[in-house]
Design a protein around this ligand. Structure first.
Ligand SMILES: [Fe+2]
Length: 183
């Protein structure tokens, strides 16, 4: 019998936010202060600072996201976790998000605020490094799995899971995502 052992569980919730919530969040993140961020290659900025980023402070969406994080924690069998650090990234045309991970966060997430059909996707890399030497004949190669991203979509995943755009260039004029780490 074929068994699927050591699976990596991520949560993908399309349309987590409605149109009004997306518009409110867009207005909110556009008022924040942006600086360079090492994970963005090319024209892009972030509100990220390593210890005190909380781009959702006082925003009613924080509770809504934390409720979903709690459900995710229960479904994958880990202790309850809530948003600790939160930041926003704005990428312009021809930038890309380097593959990276969120260190020791039990749960990390991405909530898309502004994208279009030219936006780079969100890709996850197989965390089993030994699998990279496997000569897969399956197409697409299962070592990288990419998702299209639309405004209002929420992704939750283990913080140790490498993700980024897999060197795919963003071709939209403005791609905005809110990212967070939990503790
Ligand atoms: Fe990330």
């Amino acid at each position: 019998m074929l068994k699927n052992i050591f699976p990596t569980k991520i949560e993908v919730i399309e349309n987590f936010l409605n149109k009004e919530e997306i518009d409110d969040l867009y207005s909110h993140v556009k008022k924040l202060s942006y600086i360079d961020h090492s994970v963005i290659n090319g024209d892009g900025k972030s509100t990220f600072t390593p210890h005190d980023s909380n781009c959702l402070e006082g925003n009613k969406l924080e509770k809504k996201i934390n409720n979903e994080i709690e459900k995710y924690c229960i479904s994958i069998g880990i202790e309850k976790s809530t948003i600790d650090l939160c930041w926003a990234n704005i990428q312009k045309k021809d930038s890309f998000l380097k593959m990276h991970h969120h260190h020791y966060s039990p749960v990390a997430g991405a909530l898309y605020v502004k994208t279009d059909d030219k936006s780079s996707r969100l890709c996850f890399q197989n965390p089993n490094t030994y699998s990279l030497i496997t000569n897969y004949v399956a197409d697409p190669n299962p070592n990288v799995i990419c998702y299209n991203v639309n405004p209002g979509d929420l992704f939750l995943f283990p913080g140790w899971l490498h993700h980024g755009s897999n060197y795919e260039l963003n071709k939209s004029e403005e791609r905005i995502v809110l990212s967070f780490n939990c503790k």
